[in-house]
Design a binder for this molecule. Sequence first.
Ligand code: ZN
Length: 89
Amino acid sequence: MIASTGDQPALFVATPAPPPAESPVTGVAFLGADPAASDAAVIGDGYGWLADALPAPAAPTCPDCHRPAVLPAAAPVLWTCPHCHPTEV
Ligand SMILES: [Zn+2]
């Protein structure tokens, strides 16, 4: 015997779900929450905590005059010798 849809109507006839009743909110509403606070917590401080934990880097010496190099304000990741390259500081 082959079953027809009439034999098991519950499998094929969807009954609409009852309208949601007023229920307590059990979590943070996604659209209602301001993401600024959580975004700031996720982003952090850009590894500033790591820079604070580490000692200041030792300045390399200039290969020409052997004086300590400095970190220019315009490009803080590059070292330069203020004696040999005064325009780069
Ligand atoms: Zn130099």
